[in-house]
Design a protein around this ligand. Structure first.
Ligand SMILES: NC(=O)c1ccc[n+]([C@@H]2O[C@H](COP(=O)([O-])OP(=O)(O)OC[C@H]3O[C@@H](n4cnc5c(N)ncnc54)[C@H](OP(=O)(O)O)[C@@H]3O)[C@@H](O)[C@H]2O)c1
Length: 407
């Protein structure tokens, strides 16, 4: 047996603590597979440890601190000292990927980050290794468990966004400060990473347009149920004419879509390519032991020697004007001719209607419409004109719909 593999642990919180336990519990197993026994040689916390001593002693540095400062500096120091690095930190990789990959390349060491996207679901390994020689056309899915839990709960209980967020916090599915999860920024960082790897283009956080779920109303979910739709916060990275589009947005899916039944704090990612049709991977997107399992898998891969390539071949254009289908919720005065005027505005803007649900409430009516797919700018122009109609009782609410139906 060779000398033990020394692991320097930067951060020993939820994931770092679980990893430390797993290394102790599974060490002999890993030694049997790789020929080296993994050992934690030093731990850095706010109150404990010395970064210089840990970098000196470690063969592999595992960054589980979170944030970009001082994580970026420590990871760069580790790479430049020719230490392999494993990180679960999506913001670090999404914001500083170019610099970190270059440092790893220059030093001839590995930088792995499977746990940064979709927890223990092995999406990065599949994109980088299993599908390495495949031209991926689209990667999309549910990459934030907090928002998926909130949307699933709102659909099953009818409770408001605020009430459901409080419940998610009680159950530990949402952090005390949930901003990055609910406004889509967390999912945007993960989609930037997936797009970079799938399309070999240096996609950064600024290239990702994102929207969150804070404005979603329970009746949007209830009405949409009648149309056979369920709501998810989706990340989509795809090749489009002229380049690529990378976005995060709340979105209705038809029953039968592989992502529609994904409920609770789970993640699911689909990959499409002409040679594979599509594959779907799903599982826990967070949790100490689950995330630590993905980190440990990266350590085993490093010990096995194979290095994935992070080469960005060329910068693809980011296309912002794309085609979508929309759900539209309108509260209007209940009088003759209203529906005709709305459809006239949609028609003038070349937006065609797929389905309509109408309900009367005293002298008011609610209209819920789903459009066929078309350029977003046409729908936005129709929406502006509809918002100015005198019979409207509240601001219109629009949510995208994935029109694709799977059988
Ligand atoms: N939790 C999950 O389910 C999950 C899932 C996927 C990815 N991740 C990612 O994994 C990483 C770790 O998450 P976590 O939930 O384990 O975080 P956590 O529980 O807050 O733990 C963070 C650890 O890092 C240490 N730390 C933070 N800033 C430091 C600094 N400036 N100097 C030294 N030590 C510092 C903390 O020290 P103290 O102990 O002294 O406070 C703590 O031990 C993050 O990047 C997160 O996004 C987490």
């Amino acid at each position: 047996m060779s000398a033990p593999l020394q692991i320097g642990l930067l951060g020993r919180g939820t994931v770092g603590g679980a990893l430390h336990e797993l290394v102790d519990a599974r060490g002999e197993e890993i030694a049997a597979i790789t020929g080296r026994l993994p050992e934690v040689c030093g731990v850095l916390r706010r109150s404990e440890g010395d970064i210089g001593e840990i970098l000196e002693a470690a063969d592999v540095v595992v960054e589980l601190m979170g944030g970009t400062d001082p994580a970026r500096e420590y990871v760069l120091r580790a790479l430049r000292a020719r230490k392999h690095v494993v990180s679960a930190n999506k913001q670090l990789i999404a914001q500083h990927g170019d610099e970190l990959f270059e440092a790893a390349r220059d030093a001839g060491v590995q930088l792995r980050f499977e746990a940064a996207v979709a927890g223990v679901v092995p999406v990065i390994r599949v994109i980088q290794e299993s599908l390495a020689a495949t031209e991926i056309t689209k990667v999309f899915g549910i990459v934030n468990g907090t928002t998926n839990f909130i949307l699933s709960e709102m659909a099953s209980t009818g409770a408001s966004y605020g009430e459901t967020l409080a419940r998610a916090q009680e159950l530990g599915y949402a952090e005390a400060d949930p901003t990055e999860d609910v406004n889509g920024a967390d999912a945007a960082a993960k989609m930037a990473i997936l797009a970079r790897l799938a399309f070999h283009s240096p996609v950064g956080l600024d290239d990702v347009a994102f929207e969150g779920i804070e404005e979603i109303q329970p009746d949007d979910i209830a009405y949409a149920k009648e149309l056979g739709l369920s709501l998810k916060l989706l990340g989509v990275a795809e090749r489009v004419e002229g380049g690529i589009s990378v976005r995060v947005f709340p979105c209705f899916l038809y029953r039968g879509h592989p992502l529609a039944p994904v409920e609770g704090p789970f993640n699911a990612v689909m990959v499409e390519a002409p040679t594979i049709t599509e594959i779907t991977m799903s599982g826990p997107g967070a949790g100490g032991t689950e995330t630590a399992t993905a980190v440990l898998g990266d350590i085993v891969s490093i010990m096995s020697g194979h290095a994935p390539v992070h080469e960005a071949r060329r910068r693809l254009e980011i296309v912002r004007d794309i085609s979508s289908s929309f759900y539209l919720h309108l509260e209007v005065a209940d009088r003759p001719g209203v529906l005709a005027q709305i459809t006239a505005v949609l028609g003038r803007n070349e937006v065609s209607v797929r389905s309509v649900v109408q309900r009367g409430h005293g002298d008011e009516a609610r209209l819920v419409m789903v459009m066929h797919e078309g350029p977003e700018r046409r729908f936005q122009s129709a929406l502006e004109q509809i918002a100015g109609l005198d019979f409207l009782r509240a601001a219109p609410r629009a949510i995208r719909v994935i029109e694709e139906e799977f059988v």
